[in-house]
Design a protein around this ligand. Structure first.
Ligand code: NAD
Length: 456
């Protein structure tokens, strides 16, 4: 039996990045994927949602173009056509990954893999009745939607998770979204922009609780004004058919139940540990695999990357972890500077306007007893923003360490902040001081100039 240098379970952003790197280095790698290459992100996550959101934004912009002096009449959308386009986008990207792995050193096996054991310094893996051996094992099995223990949720055709919502051929007539996190607010945006009445139910006192709350407030104000019903500090007690019973809350004191066509549950995701049962000594923490700075688990030659590590469930974290793990595997001399810097991971919420952030929030810095200086400006201080975002104010906040003037965090709301948050990531990652960042030249006129403006 051939022995591979590396066996990877899971072909999402972590798995395919690792497979490509190892195979390009001339080592033989085998990648097991039970559904489709690209994982959640490409098939039922980031890419399909962004494709649909872009369609919704086109419709929304067309119907709200008067503020730019444009009147469009009889604007209609075709949800089936949006879905069709989404499928084509996904298919093309999956084909692109397949092509990248077709380099003579990577074998892709379509099936559910199961770890058997480790003998003679090789990990043995079973898939589709065949046994494979590899010197190193990388677990990239991702995560699945968490189903909370709410009575009436299981096997209820009115209840969707994000995968059901993405697959639906028709729009719901109305929707209740349980969980005002990233998935919940992106779907709230999609449905609202396509004219579907939306109610969001969030257990915490605020939506998007992990983000800068001043930034989130800008979104909340806009969405509430636009008619999205957002209930915070509200818990779902039970679901019966398409009726949701809720706890009374300050924002919703009177009626304890709400009815809608569909109920989307988006209350987080959990690490996927299927197929790993034989690894009984694998160290876990709160259901996720514990890793060190180089993505090594406590078992010899076993690495884990991506959502399964429970670190930060983002595709770009997964692929960066894979780069670090493979670098370590190929060259044990890799230095600490090449580790994943979890403090400089940018994140984006694709609401309209978008929210983009990197580094510490004001609150997180305060919790760590870091004395900060906060620089903030409405986005309207950017000429380009003014030209292209009629009626919006936006906000850009820089969190600065008062002791040494380094940039600890940047938090923005306003389109298209997703496209320039990487600039802020460089500043946070490289420990730029305010003065260092001031010396970076931003092209004019761009919305990114708001970062420069906020420093003056
Ligand atoms: P999340 O953790 O972002 O949000 C879940 C929300 O549900 C939280 O606000 C939580 O307080 C709330 N909640 C939990 N239990 C509840 C209950 N019983 N009733 C009401 N509210 C409840 O999780 P998610 O939105 O499901 O997203 C899952 C993961 O996928 C996250 O890690 C997210 O970062 C990632 N993701 C990222 C993007 C992006 O980068 N743009 C998009 C989608 C998903």
């Amino acid at each position: 039996m051939d022995k591979y240098f590396l066996a990877i379970i899971g072909g999402g952003p972590a798995g395919y990045t690792a497979a490509e790197m190892v195979s390009k280095a001339g080592k033989d790698v085998i990648l097991f994927e039970q559904t489709a290459l690209g994982g959640t992100c490409l098939n039922v996550g980031c890419i399909p949602t962004k494709s649909l959101l872009y369609g919704a934004k086109q419709y929304y912009n067309a119907t709200h173009a008067q503020k730019y002096g444009v009147t469009a009449e009889n604007v209609v959308f075709d949800f089936a056509a949006m879905q069709k386009r989404k499928t084509i986008v996904v298919r093309k990207l999956v084909a692109g990954i397949k092509a990248r792995l077709n380099n003579g050193h990577c074998t892709v096996v379509n099936g559910a893999a199961r770890v058997l054991d480790s003998i003679r310094q090789a990990w043995r893996i079973e898939c589709n009745g065949e046994t494979y051996e590899a010197e190193n094992l990388m677990i990239c099995t991702g995560s699945t939607n968490f189903v909370p223990p709410i009575p009436g949720i299981k096997d209820n055709p009115a209840v969707w998770d994000s995968t059901d919502a993405l697959a639906a051929t028709e729009l719901p007539k109305s929707i209740i979204i349980v969980g005002g996190g990233v998935i919940g607010m992106e779907f709230a945006t999609l449905y609202h922009e396509l004219g579907v009445p939306v109610t969001v139910i969030e257990a915490m006192p605020t939506i998007l609780p992990n983000l800068d709350q001043e930034v989130v407030q800008v979104l909340l104000d806009k969405y509430r004004k636009a008619g999205i019903n957002i209930l915070t500090s509200t818990k779902v007690e039970s679901i019966e058919g398409n009726t949701v019973s809720i706890s009374s809350s300050p924002s919703f004191p009177s009626s304890p139940s709400l009815t809608s066509d569909k109920i989307l549950v988006s209350v987080g995701r959990r690490a996927n540990l299927q197929g790993l049962e034989a690894l009984s000594d694998l160290e876990l923490n709160r259901g996720a695999i514990v890793i060190d700075d180089f993505c090594r688990t406590n078992l010899p030659n076993v690495y884990a990357c991506g959502d399964v590590t429970g670190k930060i469930m983002l595709a770009h974290v997964a692929s960066r972890q894979a780069e670090v793990a493979v670098s370590k595997m190929l060259n044990d001399q890799i230095v600490n500077a090449q580790m994943v810097n979890y403090r400089a991971i940018p994140s984006v919420v694709y609401t309209n306007p978008e929210i983009a952030s990197v580094g510490l929030t004001e609150q997180q810095a305060a919790d760590m007893n870091i004395e900060t200086e906060v620089r903030k400006l409405p986005m309207t201080f950017s000429g380009r923003f003014m030209a292209e975002n009629e009626g919006e104010t936006g906000l850009c906040k820089l969190i600065i360490d008062r002791r040494n003037q380094t940039i600890l965090g940047v938090h923005c709301i306003g389109n298209p902040c997703s496209e320039f948050i990487a600039t802020a990531s460089c500043a946070v990652r490289n420990g730029y001081t305010m003065d260092d960042f001031r010396q970076v030249v931003f092209p004019h006129p761009t919305v990114s100039e708001i970062l420069h403006e906020a420093l003056h």
